[in-house]
Write a protein that binds this ligand. Structure first.
Ligand code: ZN
Length: 196
C-alpha cells in the first residue's frame, strides 16, 4: 500500500495540501493555481472544496490568467500539451489542435462546416478521416455547390492531417488556449476521467 501511495503523485499532493493552513492554501490558489500540473490542481480543488473555500480557486485562476505575459501563455500551452487526450484519455501523446471540415448536401443547399479538433494525433487523424468519409457520402450530390464543397472539405482535412502529425503546437491550438485560458486552467475533467 505504501508503495502504491508513493507512486501516486495525486495523493502526494493531497497529503501536502491537507497539511497546510487555509491561509497557505488560498495563497497557492491565488498565486499559482493556473500553472499547477493537473494532478496538483485536482488535489488543491478537493482540499479547498473540503474546507468550503472553492470560490477562491476560481477567483485566483481568473486573476492569474488576466496577468499572463506571452511567455506565461507559451509555458501554459506547453503544459497543456502534456495533459491526457480529451478524446481517448491516453497520456503521453502531445496534444494539438486542427480545424477539420465536413461537406453536406441537402435537397437545394450544400454546406461546409468546420470543426475545431483538440486531441492527440491519432484521435485527430481518426476524426478527420470520419469527416472526409461523411463528406464523400453526403456532400457531393447537391447541385451546384456539392462537388466543390466536398473537394474543399477533403483538401482542408488532408492539410489538417499533415498539421496534426507535426511536433509544434498549431496556431489553432494557441488560439484555442489563448481565448479559453481561464476555463482550461480551471478544468481538470480529463484527470478525473483517467483517475477512475
Ligand atoms: Zn486521443
Amino acid at each position: 500500500m505504501a508503495l502504491i501511495l508513493t507512486m501516486n503523485p495525486a495523493s502526494e499532493f493531497q497529503t501536502r495540501y491537507r497539511s497546510l493552513s487555509s491561509f497557505e492554501l488560498e495563497a497557492i490558489a491565488l498565486k499559482r493555481s493556473a500553472i499547477l500540473p493537473p494532478q496538483a490542481l485536482t488535489a488543491l480543488r478537493k482540499e479547498l472544496d473540503r474546507r468550503g473555500l472553492s470560490s477562491s480557486l476560481r477567483r485566483g485562476i481568473d486573476a492569474q490568467v488576466r496577468r499572463w505575459t506571452k511567455d506565461d501563455l507559451a509555458a501554459f500551452i506547453e503544459q497543456y500539451r502534456h495533459r491526457p487526450c480529451p478524446r481517448c484519455g491516453v497520456q503521453g501523446r502531445m496534444l494539438n489542435a486542427v480545424v477539420g471540415a465536413v461537406a453536406r448536401s441537402f435537397i437545394v443547399t450544400s454546406t461546409v462546416r468546420t470543426k475545431l479538433l483538440v486531441g492527440c494525433s491519432s484521435c485527430m487523424r481518426t476524426e478527420l478521416e470520419r469527416l472526409s468519409k461523411q463528406s464523400l457520402l453526403f456532400g457531393w450530390w447537391g447541385i451546384p455547390s456539392g462537388p466543390a464543397y466536398t473537394v474543399r472539405a477533403l483538401s482542408m482535412n488532408s492539410k489538417a492531417k499533415a498539421a496534426a502529425l507535426g511536433a509544434e503546437p498549431t496556431p489553432e491550438l494557441c488560439n484555442y488556449i489563448a481565448s479559453n485560458a481561464g476555463e482550461i486552467a480551471a478544468d481538470t475533467r480529463s484527470v478525473y476521467r483517467t483517475a477512475r
